[in-house]
Design a protein around this ligand. Structure first.
Ligand code: IMP
Length: 183
């Protein structure tokens, strides 16, 4: 089969329902990129992708921010293979960059309870960045347990488990281009 045909349509399990299409995601990321451009055009920010889920969003977002920027990654434990936050978070891969006095944007795939963002805010503030902002592609407002300082939100969604576009179903399905909810 020709390579371009193999990738034409995603093969998804029957219990996955399309929530946000690839086109809608990409359109929103262009808008988010220009919001960030307007806020940071005089700075050289560091964007910190939160692994594993945030890597695809970070990759698409930075290509829509037309300024000089750096990237780094941090990995924190979140749910493992479970679907609810345990509230016990630890750093699995620390930052490499020095963020002291630098403008920083943390890039998350999804905010659910908000405990990961709260943890990152406490941890990263201790390095005294010049600016500390948070971007997330998805937010589940009904699940937020704390008042979270989210500066850039792609989409507010309902409280349903979602997969694709970096988000996993027991570590699989991150490579789907659209976002689905699991029924
Ligand atoms: P929080 O600490 O409860 O806000 O959870 C944030 C992290 O949990 C995200 O970075 C994801 O890794 C994971 N997560 C939360 N909700 C979902 C979901 O619906 N699908 C996949 N991962 C999720």
């Amino acid at each position: 089969m020709a390579a371009d045909l193999i990738n034409q349509k995603e093969i998804v399990p029957e219990n996955y329902k399309l929530l946000i299409s690839e086109e809608t995601i990409q359109k929103r990321i262009v808008e988010m990129g220009s919001e960030i451009y307007n806020d940071f055009k005089d700075d050289k920010p560091i964007l910190i992708g939160v692994l594993n889920g945030g890597f695809i969003f970070l990759a698409d977002l930075i290509r829509n921010i037309n300024i000089d920027l750096e990237i780094d990654f941090i990995r924190i434990s979140s749910y493992g293979d479970a679907r609810e936050s345990t509230g016990h978070i630890k750093v699995l891969k620390p930052l490499s960059a020095d963020i002291t006095d630098r403008p920083v944007i943390v890039v998350e795939d999804i905010v659910d309870s908000g405990l990961s963002i709260e943890f990152l805010e406490n941890m990263l503030s201790a390095f005294n960045p010049k600016i500390l902002k948070f971007a997330t592609l998805l937010n589940k407002p009904s699940k937020n347990q704390i008042d979270i300082p989210l500066d850039y939100i792609g989409f507010d969604i309902e409280d349903k488990y979602v997969v694709g576009y970096g988000l996993d179903d027991t570590q699989f399905k991150r490579n789907l281009r659209s976002i689905y909810h699991v029924e």
